[in-house]
Design a protein around this ligand. Sequence first.
Ligand code: PRP
Length: 283
Amino acid sequence: MNNLRIGLPSKGRLAEQAGELLGQAGLKFRRQDRSLFARVSELPIDITFLRTDDIPVLCAEGAIDMGITGSDLLDEAGVELTTRLALGIGKCRLSVCVPEDSAIQTPADLDGSRVATSFPHVTEQFFQQHRANVHLVPLSGSVEIMISLGVAEGIVDLVETGSTLAANRLRILTDIGQYETVLVQNKQTRRGDIADRIVRRLEGVVIARAWSLLEYNIPRAKLAAAELITPGFNSPTVNALEDTDWCAVQVMVKRKQVIDVMDKLEAIGATAILETEITNCRL
Ligand code: PRP
């Protein structure tokens, strides 16, 4: 029983995304029906399926060695864990929101009001810092309807696209924090060697998802300009071509920027510009 234990969200979108990420990193497991455990094939790892919001405290208590959860839930739990890796998914903000037509301008204006939230600890700290004394209404969900239900004058909720706010005619007063899905580890992990291997593997997948490989030919005279446009992850690989006035460049480019970078390279004379999506890497 010296296996590394990893806690994964048991349901929802995050459960799916976490499973995909681990699969891409070569951790193969099969969850039978709604079983709470699974064993990873060919590696000494056990998976435990848990509520996402319980993962921080269970990891801190040593029930699991590592876990995938939201950094928002980490802050709310207030536990001491090491964040090993940001997983590039689940990006959101935790915001103080009020009705669109409210006269409230600053968090201090909510002094003496009721604020509904599923993040009571973070919210309490925030309003204390702003010297506002609010009455907290702690809830586990559906926070966005609490103002129209007459339960609160303000809410503190997660905002991703903003569509929930728009649908409920609410606006953001201010942000409390920016959060995303992370891989956490406790201080007394039994299998630090395996934990490090998992981190390296996941890092390879996370980087591969965010970057593409771009190849192009460029006149040598323009190479310095091209390198300014594509500095790469570390530095570009430059190869000679038979025509000595030209060279071939291979470089990593942030996926979100690829199209824009292609335009810029073309404008300075690059040709044969090719994007290749990578699925995994070690850098
Ligand atoms: C979260 C959050 C908001 C919504 C924000 O709820 O509580 O309600 O997403 O996303 P949007 O800005 O893209 O609309 P979730 O769907 O996780 O369920 P919950 O209400 O149970 O928290």
